[in-house]
Design a protein around this ligand. Structure first.
Ligand SMILES: C[S@@+](CC[C@H](N)C(=O)[O-])C[C@H]1O[C@@H](n2cnc3c(N)ncnc32)[C@H](O)[C@@H]1O
Length: 379
């Protein structure tokens, strides 16, 4: 996703219907808080505001993608993203294999890949609203799955899906490790701390974070994403899992200077830091800890096949060669393509923050996308 950082005061106001939908979600949150002693973990808050059927940001009717939505993803930016990625997928696919895309959004990436590849295409999408939009765009060429298949051969793909998986919010202070949850305070949603327990405390301790002498070191811990990787590992008989998203290895993610974490809220192409602003009308994301995904893959018996910046991966897959084949004289088509490729590759835009991680089983050859600039050693 690309957008500029802003503050909640400067955000455009939604229309009456959107405000009414957000109020219905607030009622749902109030009921959940009342039933739980006025405290829920942030991960539960995210489940509700992002994924609650009919109410959450992804599950309800917000436009989300493109110019009239809240953010733009790589396949929305340029068809060359999908065409370059197709070359990596083609290298792994064997006769009879399939492609399984998680969280296909508007269906843009599926459209691009289907234009390049001839294999069965499955989508596993949690949002009923988006599933419907994908059906309208892609028709009969795709089959939608309700749950993970028990066995799979081929390529599984998730572009900007892991950042939408709920995370725990954690604060390390001089007097201990706390879980940041959500409460209602004088009619407003607010942060509230409790001593961390169980799996969150165990995961927080393994990070060996030195708390500051005053105040707190705050960050996020994703427990759902590694569990999801283990599930995929169980199903994958042969092939690769490609995860593309913004994030870092643990050493960078939990760097002492990143002391306010990675949460970011996306609303009408602005990025801000208030997750309680208009619940259900904005996307809320956390960066991905790629080391945690690699560890989960190892525990599930998968190999790490590569880890690289998006720029390096797309260049290795030949995105600049694809651009060279376009006709510069056709300026109406060519100039937007050049500008989009710049956004995908520039280190100050999506090129460096976004990464590709490839995991796999039984894939012999080194993968094309990691032929140069493979940073798997950093995970
Ligand atoms: C930010 S959008 C990215 C969409 C698309 N992949 C793209 O690159 O344009 C996140 C997508 O993941 C879906 N999603 C979120 N959590 C999911 C999960 N656990 N399994 C499958 N899809 C999920 C959302 O409904 C949405 O389609």
């Amino acid at each position: 996703m690309t957008a500029s950082r802003t503050t909640a005061q400067t955000l455009p106001l939604p229309d009456d219907a959107a405000l009414a939908a957000s109020r219905r979600l607030l009622d749902r949150l109030a009921a959940e808080l009342a039933a739980n002693g006025n405290w829920i973990p942030f991960t539960r808050y995210l489940e509700l505001v992002l994924h609650e059927p009919g109410l959450g940001y992804y599950a309800a009717g917000a436009r989300k993608f493109g110019a009239g939505g809240d953010f733009v993803t790589a396949p929305e930016l340029s068809p060359l993203f999908g065409r370059a990625l197709a070359r990596q997928v083609a290298q792994v696919l064997q006769p009879g294999d399939a492609l399984l895309e998680f969280g296909a959004g508007s269906g843009a990436l599926a459209g691009q890949l289907l234009g390049e590849l001839d294999c069965p295409y499955f989508i596993l999408e949690t949002s009923a609203d988006l599933r419907e939009r994908q059906r309208q765009r892609l028709g009969e060429r795709v089959q939608w799955l309700e749950r993970m298949p028990q066995r799979f051969r081929g390529v599984m793909l998730a572009n900007e899906v892991v950042d939408a998986m709920p995370v725990h919010a954690v604060a390390w202070r001089g007097d201990g490790i706390f879980e940041r949850g959500v409460c209602a305070n004088e009619g407003q949603l607010a942060w509230s701390l409790r001593p961390a327990e169980g799996a969150v405390l165990a995961a927080a301790r393994t990070l060996a974070i030195e708390p500051p002498t005053s105040g707190a070191y705050e960050s996020e811990i994703g427990l759902i994403a590694p569990t999801w990787i283990r599930l995929l590992a169980r199903a994958l008989e042969r092939g690769a899992i490609l995860v593309a998203d913004y994030g870092f290895p643990a050493r960078e993610y939990y760097h002492p200077q990143r002391s306010t974490g990675t949460l970011a809220c996306h609303y009408r192409h602005r990025v801000h830091g208030d997750p309680f602003y208009l619940p259900g009308l904005q996307d809320i994301t956390a960066h991905v800890d790629f080391s945690a995904l690699a560890r989960a893959a190892g525990a599930g018996g998968l190999d790490v096949l590569g880890y690289a910046s998006q720029a390096q991966f797309l260049i290795n897959c030949g995105i600049t060669k694809l651009l060279e084949k376009e006709d510069p004289a056709d300026t109406k088509r060519y100039l937007p393509l050049v500008s989009a490729v710049q956004t995908l590759l520039a280190p100050s835009e999506m090129g460096e923050l976004f990464k590709f991680l490839a995991l796999g089983r039984g894939v012999g050859a080194p993968l094309l996308g990691f032929a140069s600039g493979n940073r798997a050693h950093a995970l």
